[in-house]
Write a protein that binds this ligand. Structure first.
Ligand code: ATP
Length: 267
């Protein structure tokens, strides 16, 4: 675990309720993944759950949130891997890291291995593939197959990608369950906005929340999050440097709809 330290993402607990919308994905995961990880004794043989899941869709739509939340719900240990750190720090050695990763996950099972940007790690581009990339891919396939065929192993691999068409064909086949994670609906955007604004003093009415949700058509969850954070800093931005030195948190003016209108121009 020490060796992997920097390649692992933090695994702060994410509650189901923290994810706005995506109801059908949540329902599918509850039955296919969470219950089997909690009661492996009931889901054996022909009832074995899928061991590879692919989440695909536009960036910033909550794929990482879902993976973390599944881990919390299933009481499983979460191992999040960012290929960018993996391949840059471990040139030519990445397959050793994959081996270590699965070995550590087995010790901690039930465990979820989450690979963000899985297309960049396991892409189908074959022309410029060097030997170490091939070794990495093979190592990965061996462990995915191991997890899929061994009922004793409670290891689930979740891959996330914005470019599923870039994924290696053999790898894609191992991700037997594939779920599209779409941009948020108006209702989901409103939920995200309300949840963030509720944490500060504001003067927005429920009609204005609804208006903001309409104005953010096409925004991802991450975009809506940035929009809110920019607006929430507006009361601080209005202060002079001298005021900034002495102002107390409770003296800050309330966040207004106008602050959001400004934020919409920037984000
Ligand atoms: P990427 O493809 O860029 O890795 P992703 O799909 O994994 O993105 P996340 O990292 O899960 O997206 O989401 C980024 C941030 O956007 C989250 O930390 C959260 O603040 C916000 N967010 C995105 N989708 C949702 C959602 N459905 N509900 C609540 N917050 C969301």
């Amino acid at each position: 675990e020490q060796i992997m330290g920097e390649s692992l993402q933090n695994s702060k607990n994410v509650a189901w309720e923290d994810i706005a919308g995506l109801e059908s994905a949540k329902t599918a995961f509850m039955e296919a993944i969470i219950l089997p990880l909690r009661r492996p004794d009931l889901f054996t043989g022909v009832r074995s759950p899928p061991r590879g899941v692919l989440l695909f869709g536009p960036p910033g739509t909550g794929k990482t949130l879902i993976a973390k939340s599944i881990a919390s719900q299933a009481k499983a240990k979460f191992f999040g891997i960012k290929p960018s750190t993996l391949t840059s720090k471990w040139v030519g050695e990445a397959e050793k890291l994959v081996k270590t990763l699965f070995a550590v996950a087995i010790v901690h099972q039930p465990a979820i291995i989450f690979i963000d940007e899985v297309d960049s790690l396991l892409s189908k581009r074959s022309g410029n593939e060097n030997e170490s990339t091939l070794r990495l891919k093979n190592e990965f396939l061996i462990h995915l197959d191991g997890a899929a065929t061994n009922d004793e192993q409670q290891i689930l691999v979740i891959g996330a990608t914005n470019r599923p068409q870039e994924l290696d064909e053999a790898v894609r086949r191992r991700f037997v369950r594939r779920l599209y994670v779409p941009l948020p609906t108006k209702e989901a955007r409103q939920q995200i906005i309300e949840k963030i604004i509720a944490q500060v003093t504001h003067s927005l009415s429920s009609a204005e929340f609804s208006e903001l949700a309409s104005l953010t058509d096409g925004y991802s969850g991450a975009d809506v999050d940035s929009l809110c954070r920019y607006a929430l800093r507006a009361p601080l931005r209005s202060l002079s440097l001298a005021q900034m030195e002495t102002v107390q948190l409770h003296e800050l003016p309330a966040v207004t709809m106008e602050d959001f209108k400004q934020s919409l121009k920037v984000i």
